[in-house]
Design a binder for this molecule. Sequence first.
Ligand SMILES: Nc1nc2c(ncn2[C@@H]2O[C@H](COP(=O)(O)OP(=O)(O)O)[C@@H](O)[C@H]2O)c(=O)[nH]1
Ligand SMILES: [Mg+2]
Length: 351
Amino acid sequence: MNLILLLLFQLIMTKNINKTKIGTRNSLTAKEYFDGILIGNTSILSKSITLIESSLLEHQKIAEELIELCLPKSGNSIRVGITGVPGVGKSTYIESLGTYLIEEKNKKVAVLTIDPSSKKSGGSILGDKTRMNSLSVNNNAFIRPSPSSGTLGGVAKATRETIILCEAAGFDTILIETVGVGQSEIEVKSMVDFFLLLMLAGAGDELQGIKRGIMEIADAIFINKADGENIDKANIAIQEYKNAIHFFPKNDNKWIPKVDSCSALENKNIDITWETIESFVTLTTSNGHFNQNRKQQAKYWLEHTINSSITALFYSNSNIKSKMNELESQVINEEISPFKAARDLLAIFKS
Ligand SMILES: Nc1nc2c(ncn2[C@@H]2O[C@H](COP(=O)(O)OP(=O)(O)O)[C@@H](O)[C@H]2O)c(=O)[nH]1
Ligand SMILES: [Mg+2]
């Protein structure tokens, strides 16, 4: 009896300790976060992502240390970017694919969503969660919406670091949802292995707001909502897109972008989309492009980080701040050329 009581007491105490540790935000050291991440504790994983997103200097310090600890444990995943206009079915597709991967392929899936429009509407994250009903309660899935603006180094840096943490936590498939309308695509492309573009049949490229450039960087184009009355239209669209990509520049990695259709809602061809990704990984691994791409991406992020850090330093410099307005209005009034003004400001910055 005493033994049972003792065990019960111990159990309650351990639970409480865990609770206080996890409950008190940012009270952990980098090593403690790291240990939690390594055993796949998603609560600690969430907290460390919040740390990454924080602009407080003390948080940034721990975050940086944590990233360094996690880096050797990262990289063992397939990173997939999923893009397309709002409403094309990205979240629904991720729900289907993620569930398929967990149930049929024994995968652990992390979903990161980047939606610049969500800042305005405020509603789309909620929408995403409801589209990912079964994934959001699955133990082998982890869903994290993009951070709000104001994250140090920007949303892209936070996303890239989040990938590292998720991989260290044992997630072997990273799905990144992003809206296909602009700059965020290029940044997402530079952090994923495979870039999937979802399209709608019969909507016309203009209507879909998809820039040709985005089609060019896609490794596969799937026409979603190929169900019900849409099936015929989807088949026509497949042909159109196949013809279009025929004229795109060839990829160095020898991959020919795949064009097909799927229905995220009815779970049709979701397995084909995954087979496509697997074929891509097999091909590019064997010809060395998979690793080469990751190396190039690391180089890109080094340069990107240096550039954005220098820019931030420049604009926060007090001498620059005091001179900026004056030179700006001189440039606008054509009293001085923008080039001369830039040279003057840089000279002030360097002195
Ligand atoms: N008929 C049909 N509807 C779909 C399909 N995929 C998504 N939808 C619907 O399209 C709407 C937008 O889907 P959502 O996944 O939120 O799109 P997102 O904005 O690209 O993430 C929702 O009402 C979905 O139910 C599909 O394959 N077929
Ligand atoms: Mg969505």
